[in-house]
Design a protein around this ligand. Structure first.
Ligand code: AMP
Length: 289
């Protein structure tokens, strides 16, 4: 596995394979790998000739008072795990390389996708997604992958990136893969490392709440208000006051009052100790007549 830091080295490493028509897959990450990241890398390994992982803790997607300084990092461990997953090339740019002095351009998706849920000004705000789409656009331009892999755990991020790719004609196929979970359901996240043992146990209530929502929908509940209340009460039972629990169209994130046969995203964000965790489920349930 090759590790490169500069864009020049990256270009050089990709030039030959691209000329030979190799299929290049990109897995963008912020590092501190867990099985969620590795599932994307393994899938890329199956689908592509050349697997590129970018490792960059992107400052522009962190807001003021967020955890960029304490965000967990372990480059040596990440490189070992990536090598075992069959990655060919890891690109680890530094901040000035991505944002050189005078950097003044950004990519912003609007259309109601980035001002709700995580992008709600009371949550991380729309600047979070502006940071995400700007860096992903840059990663796409530098690597020029045929396919890029993202996790369904960040469901809104995936919707926003898919819209950017469509609207700006990026010649990249976006694959969104299922959320990888611990045995008790907790979605894997680099931020889980912030949880002490008691918080770790309580955090399982988030996925339990989503599971209850899924089951209730399967049993015929069509009111998203009732589903959201069910999730809230499960969280309350574990002493978790969520930042939000919301049901929205999984396609365009517009509000949905009743299940209607289209995919509905039920998304949760909650603080447990000093970790702010997000999780979601997508319900594909027909409304009962
Ligand atoms: P991050 O390093 O947290 O920015 O995540 C890099 C990629 O891994 C993103 O596409 C995430 O959606 C994805 N990812 C993070 N956690 C999980 C998980 N538990 N299961 C599947 N994918 C994940």
């Amino acid at each position: 596995m090759k590790v490169v830091r500069s864009r020049a080295e990256l270009r050089e490493a990709l030039e030959g394979p691209r000329r030979r028509g190799k299929r290049i897959g990109l897995v963008p990450t912020m590092g501190y790998f867990h099985e969620g990241h590795l599932s994307l890398m393994r899938r890329a390994r199956e689908d592509c000739d050349l697997v590129v992982v970018s490792l960059f803790v992107n400052p522009t997607q962190f807001g003021e008072g967020e955890d960029i300084d304490s965000y967990p990092r372990d480059e040596d461990r990440d490189l070992q795990l990536a090598a075992v997953a069959g990655v060919d090339l890891v690109w680890i740019p530094d901040v000035p390389q991505i944002y050189p002095a005078g950097f003044a351009t950004s990519v912003e998706v609007t259309g109601g996708l980035t001002g709700v849920l995580e992008g709600d000004p009371a949550q991380r705000g729309p600047s979070h997604f502006r940071g995400v789409t700007t860096v992903v656009a840059k990663l796409f331009n530098s690597v020029q992958p045929e396919v890029a892999y993202f996790g369904g755990k960040d469901a809104q991020q995936a919707v926003v990136i898919q819209r950017m790719v469509r609207d700006l004609d990026f010649p990249v196929k976006v694959e969104v893969l299922p959320t990888v979970r611990e045995e008790d359901g907790l979605a894997l996240s680099s931020r889980n490392v912030y949880l002490d043992p008691e918080e770790r146990e309580r955090a399982a209530a988030i996925s339990r709440a989503l599971r209850s929502v899924e089951l209730a929908a399967r049993e015929g509940e069509v009111s998203t208000g009732a589903l959201v209340e069910l999730a809230r009460s499960e969280l309350r039972g574990a002493g978790i006051e969520p930042d939000y629990v919301e049901a929205r169209s999984a396609e365009d994130l517009s509000p949905v009052a009743r299940l209607n046969g289209r995919p509905v995203l039920v998304a949760v964000a909650a603080r447990v100790g000093r970790a702010r965790l997000i999780d979601n489920v997508v319900i594909n349930q027909e409304a009962t007549p």
